[in-house]
Design a protein around this ligand. Structure first.
Ligand code: 13P
Ligand code: SF4
Length: 376
């Protein structure tokens, strides 16, 4: 049984039910035949199943998605789906969010239960509770918690119960502005970089921000520091986006000063500052799509998306900012053969890998999710 107040470690689920083991082995079905069967079975089950896919999914998976998008778009879409099965090609926190936003009779399936998010695992509910108690003791000012959607449902529930909101990389600025209108201070978790980059863009100086490190006593902060700060950032980060460096931005610009460096705001502060532009996955796609033929981009985000954009726009130059191919290995765990296994199980009326958020957690989380969806 999962400890509901601990961050989600998807590998635990996977070990518990064993469904992460190859269900359709390479010996049974070649990669090419997996794609052929997927096409057939998807058509056969088209009245029952809708497939959602995040932009970081590999091509052979995203090609089967009925709806693609960034975290915010996929959350918005989830609320309007009507088919009984939703196969979510993305990571665990996204499938949890979808489960909470869909109707009780709809089932959300994650093709590989090990598809977690290392950033989401950097904030645990017990750590947040401890940090919150210390912060409340340290200041009389009202702290509004905002969590990046990249976290377990138990953390979304914490935010829901404490007058806060969820945000994504598409709406972080709007939500932080809302939060600072509701209270005096902001606690932002788990991604320090999205928090810092967004607050700085809004005119909050770095000197008004502190970082709470859950691995240190009292987060490594004194009560005075908490009391003085406007923004308390959680010490979490995306290891994929830490692969982009200031040196890469400088080297890219030196090689070709006319290239536009565009990065995801999960990149660190120095990289985001040195880049020409930054935004969510959909923002990056939109910018590149609308740019005239001949435009050149060095992109600081996950490699599957960068490669897909390069293929889609052969009349533009689209490169990864990093020479080291920054791959989100957990997103990559969703393989076409796991997607096929999910379809086959639905066809057999024995669906596997269903993601269910307990009702009490979902009720509290929904308060925070709806606050996000309602903020104009
Ligand atoms: P987007 O919301 O921009 O799609 O980002 C999600 C994510 O996990 C980025 O690492
Ligand atoms: Fe999580 Fe980073 Fe992968 Fe996004 S890219 S899902 S933040 S590990």
């Amino acid at each position: 049984m999962l400890d509901l107040f601990e961050s989600h470690d998807s590998s635990k689920d996977a070990e518990n039910n064993g469904t992460h083991k190859p269900i359709i082995s390479e010996d049974e079905l070649s990669d090419a035949n997996v794609l052929i069967e997927l096409k057939k079975i998807k058509e056969e089950l088209r009245d029952q199943v809708v497939v959602l896919g995040h932009h970081y999914q590999q091509d052979d998976v995203i090609n089967f998605a009925d709806i693609t998008g960034d975290s915010l778009q996929l959350a918005r879409e989830a609320a309007n789906l009507d088919k009984p099965y939703i196969i979510f090609c993305g990571v665990h926190f996204m499938a949890e969010t979808t489960d909470m936003l869909t109707k009780p009779n709809q089932k959300v399936i994650l093709p590989d239960l090990r598809a977690g998010c290392s950033m989401a695992d950097m904030a645990k509910r017990s750590e947040i509770d401890k940090a919150w108690a210390f912060m409340q003791k340290s200041t009389n000012e009202k702290i509004i918690p905002v969590t990046y959607i990249n976290c377990a449902a138990t953390l979304k529930a914490f935010v829901g119960d404490n007058d806060g909101s969820i945000c994504t990389s598409s709406n972080a600025e709007k939500i932080i502005r809302w939060a600072l209108d509701q209270g005096d201070k902001l606690l932002f978790f788990p991604d320090q970089h999205l928090g810092r980059n967004t607050c700085f863009k809004m005119g909050i100086p770095l000197t008004d921000m502190v970082v709470y490190n859950p691995n240190m006593l009292n987060g490594g902060l004194t009560s005075e520091q908490i009391n003085k700060a406007k923004v308390i950032l959680w010490y979490g980060f995306c290891s994929v986006h830490q692969g982009f460096t200031l040196e890469q931005v400088h080297a890219t610009k030196k090689r070709d000063p006319s290239i536009t460096v565009i990065v995801h705001p999960e990149c660190n502060f120095e990289v985001t500052q040195a880049a020409d532009d930054n935004g969510s996955t959909s923002y990056i796609i939109d910018k590149i799509t609308k740019a005239p033929a001949g435009s050149k981009f060095a992109v600081g985000t996950e490699i599957n998306l960068v490669n897909r954009l390069a293929q889609e726009f052969p009349n533009k130059t689209i490169l990864s900012l990093s020479p080291y191919q920054c791959l989100c290995t957990t997103m990559y765990r969703v393989r076409p053969r796991w997607l096929l296994a999910s379809f086959r199980a639905i066809k057999d009326n024995k669906p596997i890998n269903i993601i269910t958020v307990p009702d009490d957690i979902a009720r509290s989380s929904l308060k925070a999710l709806n606050r996000m969806l309602d903020v104009k």
